[in-house]
Design a protein around this ligand. Structure first.
Ligand SMILES: Cc1cc2nc3c(=O)[nH]c(=O)nc-3n(C[C@H](O)[C@H](O)[C@H](O)COP(=O)(O)OP(=O)(O)OC[C@H]3O[C@@H](n4cnc5c(N)ncnc54)[C@H](O)[C@@H]3O)c2cc1C
Length: 453
């Protein structure tokens, strides 16, 4: 239920649970609009080991099949280019391609995206160039030394990437300057939403948040921004938010190798994975694997069916499925074969909160007073970091979510295929994961010591 007018004022006590991408963005926009009493709690510091945004970089692009999100992403790109955000954004361009052995779904997806972009009046003209074969790809991504045989797609120059964890940290520091209160660790790890009053059998009142240490946080408004972990605290969300993970790994380049790839566009092969230009400070090149994603299903006391949640400890996310390692190596073999056998360091799986239709959820939680859920990121919210919080504050101030697509969802809508992902969904417990992580990391450490310090 929405806050009553007498509760919401610029001095209302607003508690944000979760200092990840959405929580920090919400705090940022609350302070922009003059709210003075904002507290943010998290189980970890910023960037949190439990945040999907805690990553070297994330793609920032407006290539969507749905004009609604294309428009929002264009707005986000404009925000990334303003002075406050711009040092964390690189407009390198973005190659989207299917490999020679991609299923038909890849080209269908590209056609839908291109048709959406072409009908989008805000999309800068002359940004898109078709790349039907390797020769045209090399014009836009000359750094690729591999054969890229059979690759076909397009290049978008109005896109790039954000330095993700660095941007999270920058916003956290800015919020601390703006006197937002942060509480991390056991005092910040929410373990229970507690009812404080019973007005009727259905409405339980503005909740308190109890934490691992036993500390209790009280507020006038509570915003839950827990990403993939939402249903751990709010089981009622487990029917509509499915925790899903994908694999991320880095390779360590020498300064000379990194220099050669500086300025390289983001390369996204829809059926294998994607990679970015090397990080200028560390020489790490990030790679991620595509696929339908991994769940971690377990029984739920709330639903008759199983609900997916990330494993409780971040250390359980180390090591990637061996199948993804093969995809990443195949991607390197086709694009940058000189690195095909380089150790994959910092291997981890990264969790987000998927909804059936990839729509975000920004709405008041039924049966509670003044409890707002901001999540359902569906793996595409980091690009919105500079603007996501605006939509959270709009919802708070309007007292309701007037967009049907972002409302609290019907938990019965489960099980359909996600239109923009290629590959099967598997449970993480059923796949073999790399057990060589420590060896790989040690090998990379010595390469790094030899060249980057
Ligand atoms: C592999 C992968 C690649 C991605 N690539 C892109 C991309 O290229 N471009 C893009 O736009 N998006 C991308 N995303 C999506 C993007 O990272 C997410 O949409 C975004 O980070 C979600 O933000 P969030 O705030 O909802 O969750 P998070 O950022 O995960 O934040 C959740 C926060 O809740 C905290 N928390 C958890 N449990 C508790 C608790 N009990 N008490 C207190 N705090 C708690 C965590 O510590 C964390 O800080 C990707 C996601 C994945 C998984």
């Amino acid at each position: 239920m929405a806050p009553s007018q007498d509760i919401l004022s610029k001095s209302s006590r607003i508690l944000i649970v979760g200092a990840g991408t959405v929580g920090l963005s919400a705090a940022f926009h609350l302070t922009e609009r003059g709210y003075t009493n904002v507290k943010v709690i998290d189980r970890d510091t910023v960037p949190s080991a439990y945040s999907a945004g805690n990553d070297l970089n994330k793609i920032v692009r407006a290539d969507y099949q749905d004009p609604f999100y294309a428009k929002l992403a264009l707005k986000a790109i404009s925000a990334w280019e303003t002075p406050f955000w711009s040092s964390f954004f690189r407009r390198t361009g973005y190659l989207v391609s299917a490999s020679g052995s991609a299923p038909e779904k890849a080209s269908v997806l590209s056609s839908k995206i291109l048709s959406c972009i072409n009908n989008q009046p805000d999309f800068p003209t002359d940004s898109i160039h078709l790349t039907p074969e390797s020769q045209s790809i090399r014009i836009h991504v000359p750094q690729l030394t591999g054969e890229i045989k059979g690759w076909s797609g397009y290049f978008n120059k109005h896109a790039g990437y954000a330095h993700a964890s660095a941007a999270l940290k920058m916003v956290y520091e800015e919020l601390a300057r703006r006197c937002v209160e942060f509480i991390f660790g056991e005092d910040g790890e929410a373990t229970e939403i507690e009812a404080i009053s019973t007005k009727s059998s259905f409405v339980r009142g503005t909740p308190n948040i109890r934490t691992r240490s036993g500390a209790i946080h009280t507020a006038d408004i509570v915003i839950l921004a827990l990403g993939a972990y939402t249903a751990q605290l709010l089981p009622a969300a487990g029917g509509q938010l499915t925790a899903k993970a994908w694999s991320v790994a880095h390779i360590q380049l020498t300064p000379e190798e990194a220099n050669q790839l500086a300025g390289m566009p983001v390369v996204n092969c829809q059926d294998l994975g994607f990679f970015f230009e090397p990080d200028p400070d560390t020489g790490l090149l990030k790679l991620a694997a595509h696929g339908g994603g991994y769940t971690n299903l377990g029984t739920s006391v709330f639903y008759k069916y199983e609900v997916s949640l990330p494993p409780p400890e971040a250390s359980q996310n180390r090591g990637i499925p061996v199948h993804d390692e093969s995809s990443i190596r195949q991607l390197l073999a086709e694009t940058l074969p000189q690195f095909q056998h380089r150790p994959l360091v910092d291997q981890f799986i990264c969790w987000c909160a998927d909804t059936e239709d990839s729509e975000y959820v920004i709405d008041f939680v039924p049966e509670w007073d003044n409890l707002l859920l901001a999540g359902g990121d569906s793996g595409h919210a980091f690009k919105m970091f500079p603007v996501f919080g605006e939509w959270v504050v709009d919802t708070l101030e309007q007292g309701c979510q007037d967009l049907e697509r972002w409302r609290w969802k019907n938990p019965e809508r489960r099980g359909s295929e996600i239109s923009w992902r290629i590959g099967d969904i598997r449970d993480i417990k059923d796949v073999k994961r790399s057990d060589k992580v420590d060896d790989f990391n040690r090998a990379a450490g010595s390469l790094k010591e030899a060249s980057w310090v």
